[in-house]
Ligand binder design. Structure first.
Ligand SMILES: C[S@@+](CC[C@H](N)C(=O)[O-])C[C@H]1O[C@@H](n2cnc3c(N)ncnc32)[C@H](O)[C@@H]1O
Length: 183
């Protein structure tokens, strides 16, 4: 099997067309930011993180590839509405920066707030991808919450799916939320 983050990118690619706006709500080391930027070279990508180290690592990756259609934002994704309006594809890859302090992880309260706000800004026929890690404490809270949250979303407005390996406990998995109609 591919890694879960590779599957997440396959889903993003399915929805993203050149010229679209995309948002990486958890920039980290910039792999998803770079992926999104390459798939919408005439569009724009916004990327958020609370750690300067994440911006530094991502900036280096983008400049190495000569990519300029990205705005890196040092702020929490729960404040994303201050910087973005509408977007077609968004990704939350929850957790902590690999190789960094595991305590500096995404937290349920701000993750909840950020996803709810992001859904309001999501374009029709766009998708929000959540990559969840139930194998650590905060990740377990997030996955428990979002797995039931998607069941509460009205099917008139949203279609939700889960992509998960079923014969392994606590492995990372993907939730996708596609917007069918504006409220
Ligand atoms: C698993 S990493 C993301 C990996 C990234 N997508 C990549 O391609 O390398 C999660 C990131 O979320 C960041 N984070 C934690 N809380 C955040 C918040 N409130 N807003 C934005 N990013 C946050 C962490 O600092 C960490 O860098």
């Amino acid at each position: 099997m591919k890694r879960i983050v590779d599957y997440a990118q396959l889903f993003m690619k399915e929805y993203l067309k050149d010229g679209d706006t995309a948002v990486d709500f958890t920039m980290g080391n910039g792999y998803d930011t770079l992926f999104l930027a390459k798939h919408t070279p005439h569009g724009k990508v916004y990327a958020f993180d609370v750690l300067e180290q994440a911006l530094k690592n991502t900036k280096a990756k983008l400049s190495w590839e000569g990519i300029e259609n990205v705005e890196l934002i040092l702020d929490g994704h729960e404040h994303a509405e201050r910087y973005i309006s509408r977007f077609k594809v968004g990704v939350f890859n929850f957790g902590y920066l690999p190789g960094n302090n595991k305590e500096e992880t995404t937290l349920l309260k701000t993750s909840q707030e950020a996803v709810e706000k992001a859904l309001k800004r999501l374009e029709r026929k766009g998708v929000l991808i959540l990559v969840l890690y139930p194998g650590h404490e905060q990740g377990a809270l997030e996955s428990h919450y979002f797995s039931s949250y998607i069941q509460s979303l009205d099917t008139y407005y949203y279609e939700c799916f889960t992509f998960k390996m079923e014969n392994k406990t606590d492995c990372p998995y993907i939730i996708g939320i596609e917007k069918k109609r504006e409220k």
